[in-house]
Design a binder for this molecule. Structure first.
Ligand code: MN
Length: 371
């Protein structure tokens, strides 16, 4: 192969970038050729006022699964809280791994376990602070806005403010609110606002609602080991079967954790939908709703067979890269996405192109990112 000026330049660029990333990530990056922009979309973040409000709730004797998690977080001083609060520390690690950008969102359960006025005020404060973080580093951070589903009409107003005034990228909801789910008509102003604004709602996990909590109280099953996907997958399936996407056909929902197990069950859901179509309000079978109204992310699932299967079922254009920092570590997420055996066009779609399109993140313009 002839050595051109271009190949020399890209070779020297690869050497320069190699100094920035650890050896495991570097080896796979060079094996896959050109450096791709890396945007992670489910990245938890918080503010001291949020920790204060969480601490107040956790001091009571409320027998709630999320409160058990909140008690583990403590009062904002352990390693997870420090990583949630410290943007400089986060940026330094992003630099060392060649992570161009993170879309930040208020950590679960967000404002959804607070009484209504606290929740509304704290969501607005968190969104203001998040906008400050993004404004200070617009090429490195984007943001998903919080709102208080406890008051759907004020939530819709905050969603509008978050996009039009604060220029955030989308929204996050931590599954149920007061044991109620977004398919219920009282929440439709939220779905309507997201559709009208053309921005997705990230349906993020929290622990199972009271109605399904009992079996999850044993063996610490409430969280990532099983409870999160049981709760969040159930929420997503309620949305799918309820027919809300017949009413809001352009609404986009994002599920983390490789789709909260829905892709693996989808054939069976379709099969039973077809046998009993009149029993389900949705006009479309689950797989058609998934491929029209959902995207999924790789957060916390660094498993090649699961990703290749999900690409086959949903299409690579429906999949986004995510880390789930600081609950998961950045380095293995980068190593996985650099090295997983998929075509390079799919890798770049998942690493950044789908996110740029879905969350309205400006495309890198040559000098963007780290290189
Ligand atoms: Mn998460």
């Amino acid at each position: 192969m002839a050595v051109t000026r271009r190949s020399l330049l890209s070779a020297s660029g690869a050497l320069a970038s190699a100094a920035l990333v650890p050896s495991a990530a570097r080896a796979s990056a060079s094996a896959n050729g050109a450096r791709m922009r890396r945007i992670a979309v489910e990245e938890a973040w918080s503010i001291p006022e949020h920790f204060k409000a969480l601490a107040a709730v956790s001091e009571g004797d409320w027998n709630n699964l999320d409160v058990e998690n909140v008690r583990l977080l403590g009062h904002g001083t352990g390693p997870i809280p420090i990583n949630l609060l410290d943007t400089e520390r986060r940026l330094a690690e992003m630099d060392s791994l060649g992570i161009d950008m993170q879309l930040l969102s208020l950590t679960s359960p967000g404002v959804q376990i607070f009484e209504i006025e606290t929740a509304v005020a704290l969501a607005a404060l968190a969104n203001d602070r998040l906008a400050d973080v993004v404004t200070a580093n617009p090429s490195r951070f984007g943001g998903l806005a919080s709102f208080a589903p406890q008051d759907p009409r004020r939530a819709a107003k905050e969603m509008e403010r978050a996009i039009h005034k604060l220029k955030l990228n989308g929204f996050i909801v931590n599954s149920h609110t007061g044991n109620e789910y977004l398919d219920e008509a009282k929440f439709w102003p939220i779905l309507e606002a997201a559709e009208a604004l053309g921005r997705p709602i990230y349906l993020h996990p929290r622990c199972p609602s009271d109605g399904m909590a009992a079996p999850f109280r044993d063996y610490r099953m409430r969280a990532a080991i099983w409870g999160f996907q049981a709760e969040t997958g159930t929420h997503a399936m309620r949305l799918i079967l309820s027919g809300v996407f017949d009413r809001f056909p352009k609404l986009q929902i994002v599920l983390g954790h490789m789709g909260e197990n829905i892709p693996f069950h989808l054939w069976r859901s379709d099969n039973w939908y077809k046998k009993r179509a009149s029993a389900y309000p949705s006009k479309l079978p689950p797989s058609e709703v998934m491929k029209r109204n959902f995207h999924i992310t790789t957060s916390g699932v660094e498993h090649g067979p699961a990703l290749r299967y999900t690409i086959e079922v949903l299409g690579a254009e429906r999949i986004l890269w995510a880390i789930d920092y600081p609950y998961e570590e950045m380095a293995p997420a980068v190593t996985f996405m650099n090295s997983v055996d998929i075509p390079e066009a799919q890798r770049s779609a998942i690493y950044h192109r789908n996110t740029e399109r879905l969350f309205h993140v400006a495309s890198a313009t040559g000098h963007g990112g780290l290189l």
